[in-house]
Design a protein around this ligand. Structure first.
Ligand code: 5GP
Ligand code: MG
Length: 475
């Protein structure tokens, strides 16, 4: 997971890129970066840390230009090293380009090895550099970005939403299965492409539509062109974007994330009703689910845990005692709301189970009699190879365990996960248009040792000139 953004605006892009990245901060807290083309050169600034820590007015003033991209990083592949911070800038045959990527590829090791045998050297351990190298290799042959992206889509397996600056042009494309989100909107004097619509909201822009899976969008001072490079018979949107990763106020592929979570909360009550004193969402990721559960049950929503919003995720503690303290600082139980009460805790997901176990214990220690747990995602039983940090089967608490066994392990009074059927209904798409690999162990791309649910991808050659008026219906 990562957050990406690209902006073309004659009024300057550095400040809008900064605001957009700020809105996408939840997608990655490890590092942040911006690259801007100033008419002759690409300038970049990137560093470890949160967006607000990395940039200041002085730095943004040094990033003048009318086209640029930005990135916030959440590590999946590529170690936590300074050279892996995106965007990457490249010089190539007298021209410069910059690239930022959200996603994870499953076949880059072989591609990279092939390049290395041909004498190519790499500066980082990321997939993103392999993508850039493939683009450069194709550009060397044909000189056409469209051909380069077509070749890329033919050869790459995995998830990739990409923004790229090639001199004064912004390119954006999304893998043919649409695994990771990417949408287009307006800014005061131009266009923005971003992982989530909240980045467009932050600029008071208008969400136009999503980048279609397999589409290449080209934006410059004259407007937008779209090329539909590849079309899959079924797409594979990552369901976990709706469950946890995206902000609840984002609209992804036409669906408000908040609606999905709230409806799942309602269905959690219908599937597993429980008579308790209060519904208690685990902040912040459980909130919309808790609201739905309270609506459906008529049981009052009453927060039992308050989150300290000023505690970063970088609160790394050396000892177990210090880590326990950190959990207490991050989530403080409200004893008055919990003592001698029965409560239902609502959260979005259980991955390893360690957080959930600690939270149940915290609520019990505050005097709760019964602590029921309801979860907005079905059990996560298999790893994610396509961008989410879902670890090995051994580390996943629901892998090889029944619901009862997980319930016992996290010491809850009762436990229920939403059914796959209701999850799919809440998202409002056909189940075959979603990637549910971490739930089913069945993946939309071939992965060694795993089961594939194959998609057929066709390569077309359609370019359409778009203007703002015809935007919505063109693709
Ligand atoms: P667990 O009980 O598995 O230790 O933690 C579950 C909690 O982790 C849930 O509240 C969920 O919101 C959160 N969570 C789920 N996926 C991720 C992720 O990829 N990164 C982080 N930082 N938290 C996650
Ligand atoms: Mg959470």
């Amino acid at each position: 997971m990562c957050g990406i953004v690209g902006i073309v605006d004659a009024g300057g892009v550095s400040l809008p890129l900064y605001y957009a990245l700020y809105a996408l901060q939840h997608r990655g807290q490890e590092s942040a970066g911006i690259s801007v083309f100033n008419g002759t050169h690409l300038r970049k600034y990137k560093a470890p840390g949160l967006v607000a820590e990395v940039f200041d007015t002085e730095i943004l003033r040094g990033l003048q230009g009318s086209v640029g991209i930005g990135h916030v990083r959440y590590p999946t592949t590529g170690a936590n090293l300074p050279e892996n911070i995106q965007p990457f800038n490249f010089q190539f045959m007298g021209r410069s380009f910059a690239i930022a990527h959200n996603g994870n590829l499953v076949n880059t090791a072989g591609i990279r090895a092939e390049f290395e045998r041909a004498g190519q050297i790499f500066c980082t351990s990321t997939d993103t550099e392999v993508i850039a190298t493939m683009i450069a290799a194709e550009l060397r042959q044909s000189g056409s970005i469209e051909d380069a992206i077509r070749s890329l889509m033919l050869h790459l397996r995995g998830s990739y939403s990409v923004v790229m600056v090639y001199e004064d042009v912004l390119y954006a494309f999304r893998d043919p299965l649409g695994l990771k989100p990417l949408c287009i909107g307006t800014t005061s004097g131009g266009y923005i492409v971003a992982s989530e619509s909240v980045a467009i909201d932050a600029l008071s822009g208008e969400l136009l539509r999503d980048v279609v899976p397999g589409e290449l969008v080209r934006i410059d001072g004259d407007g937008i062109t779209s090329t539909r490079i590849a079309t899959a018979d079924r797409v594979a949107h990552c369901f976990f974007e709706y469950i946890y990763f995206a902000r609840a106020d984002s609209i992804i592929d036409g669906v408000l994330v908040y609606d999905v979570r709230r409806r799942i909360g309602q269905k959690l009550y219908e599937e597993a009703p429980v008579d308790v004193d209060s519904v208690c969402p685990i902040p912040d990721s459980g909130t919309a689910y808790g609201i739905g559960y309270s609506e459906a049950s008529g049981i009052p929503l009453l927060e039992g845990l308050m989150k300290n919003r000023y505690m970063g995720r970088t609160f790394i503690m050396p000892t177990q005692a210090a880590r326990e303290r950190a959990v207490r600082m991050k989530l403080n139980p409200i004893r008055h709301h919990l003592e001698n009460k029965s409560v239902v805790l609502i959260d979005d997901s259980i991955v390893r189970g360690t957080t959930s176990r600690r939270i149940v214990q915290l609520v019990r220690d505050a005097g709760a009699r019964e602590v029921h747990l309801r979860i907005g995602s079905p059990p996560i039983r298999a790893p994610c190879y396509l961008g989410v940090d879902m670890p090995t089967r051994e580390e996943l608490i629901a892998s090889g365990r029944s619901e009862d066994e997980v319930c016992e392990s996290v010491t809850a009074t009762s436990l229920h996960y939403i059914s796959l059927e209701e999850l799919v209904k809440a998202i409002g798409r056909d189940s075959t248009d979603l990637c549910t690999g971490c739930l089913t162990g069945c993946y939309p791309v071939p992965i060694d040792g795993e089961i594939e649910h194959r998609r057929v991808v066709e390569f077309a050659d359609e370019t359409v000139q778009l203007d703002l008026e015809s935007f919505g219906e063109s693709v």
